[in-house]
Ligand binder design. Structure first.
Ligand SMILES: Nc1ncnc2c1ncn2[C@@H]1O[C@H](COP(=O)(O)OP(=O)(O)OP(=O)(O)O)[C@@H](O)[C@H]1O
Ligand SMILES: [Mg+2]
Length: 300
């Protein structure tokens, strides 16, 4: 995915947000380059939607600075709105119109919208284009949200759990759509609870918990970098499962395989795995609650 240099698409510095005494976002910093797909991961209530909606101009921040396409989203300028597309975590404003009418209505709000039929097709809604929005299934309604985010041909797209409720085929289709948008040079900020989705789509991810960023980096860097161990598992001569975590598996694998060859057998079920993004995520987010002292940020 083409990541350009120059002015970033999004800059967040020491962002805080409190709701009636509850501090949902506790000083987060990140930058998203133009053309980058950036993922926000984290447990329920981590502060993802709060952060995204501040960047969209839907919520006011308590303190800190944010810049979106060089503008302050808190000013809610029309110039900025015309350049961003949004899939909110929950929506449902168009119940008593058809799918096509909803997309066409939304298109009329943008100076240079994409073609309505093209966007309906891109969202996989051709067969439902004349159905009332209220009659759509959960996944179909989510596809409509996706269509509405794309219709304005935005340069920056916010996707808050865009594929929740999608069947596996629809999810893959949405991934393809996100990839083709990235190939066109669009910037995408997405939140997701699906780590395979983050791994498949995001150039970089930030893992966030109780309003703080715990780690930030590419999915591969997080997988390899923040947990340096490699897991080697096999069944021994008695068929008993064995597992070791080592920094470099070369010697262990050599010892196992040469002993097996000397015995004239093979090492049963030998696997060597690096921690996945999911392993890192679970390790980081299951650590003791980070209320109180600010946690260190693993930048890899
Ligand atoms: N409008 C609001 N008023 C009061 N508290 C809120 C409001 N919106 C969010 N919160 C609280 O702020 C915290 C962060 O919520 P947020 O919706 O940002 O989390 P999230 O990371 O998007 O979670 P999820 O994965 O469940 O969508 C939560 O504790 C939530 O209860
Ligand atoms: Mg959310």
């Amino acid at each position: 995915m083409a990541v350009s240099t120059g002015q970033p698409a999004i800059e967040v510095s020491d962002l805080h947000k409190s709701y009636a005494g509850h501090e949902a976002v506790r000083g987060i910093d990140f930058t998203v380059s133009r053309g980058e797909v950036f993922g926000l991961l984290g447990p329920n209530g981590a502060g993802k939607t709060t952060t995204v909606e501040i960047l969209e101009g839907y919520r006011e921040r308590t303190s800190g600075t944010v810049s979106v396409l060089g503008m302050d989203p808190g000013e809610r300028s029309r110039a900025l709105r015309e350049r961003v597309g949004i899939v909110l975590q929950s929506s449902g404003m168009y119940r008593f119109v058809t799918v096509r009418e909803a997309v066409a209505h939304w298109a009329a709000m943008y100076p240079a919208p994409r073609d309505v039929d093209e966007v309906v097709a891109l969202a996989g809604l051709q067969e439902k284009q004349d159905a009332y929005v209220r009659s759509l299934s959960g996944g179909q309604a989510r596809r409509l949200d996706f269509a509405l985010a794309l219709i304005g041909d935005p340069e920056l797209i916010f996707l808050d759990e865009p594929t929740t409720g999608f069947d596996p085929a629809a999810r893959r289709q949405a991934w393809d759509t996100v990839r083709s948008l990235a190939d066109l040079g669009k910037t995408i900020l997405l939140t997701t609870h699906y780590l395979d989705e983050a791994q498949a789509l995001a150039d970089r991810v930030a893992i966030i918990k109780t309003g703080r960023i715990l780690a930030i980096g590419t999915p591969a860097e997080l997988g390899v970098g923040s947990a340096t161990r490699v897991r080697v598992s096999w069944r021994d001569e008695n068929g008993t499962p064995q597992e070791r975590e080592v920094e470099d598996p070369t010697r262990l694998v050599h010892e196992l395989t040469s002993a097996a060859i000397a015995r004239g057998t093979s090492v049963a079920e030998l696997t060597v795995t690096r921690p996945s993004l999911e392993d890192v995520y679970l390790e980081l987010t299951s650590a003791g609650d980070t209320d109180g002292e600010p946690a260190g940020v693993a930048r890899v």
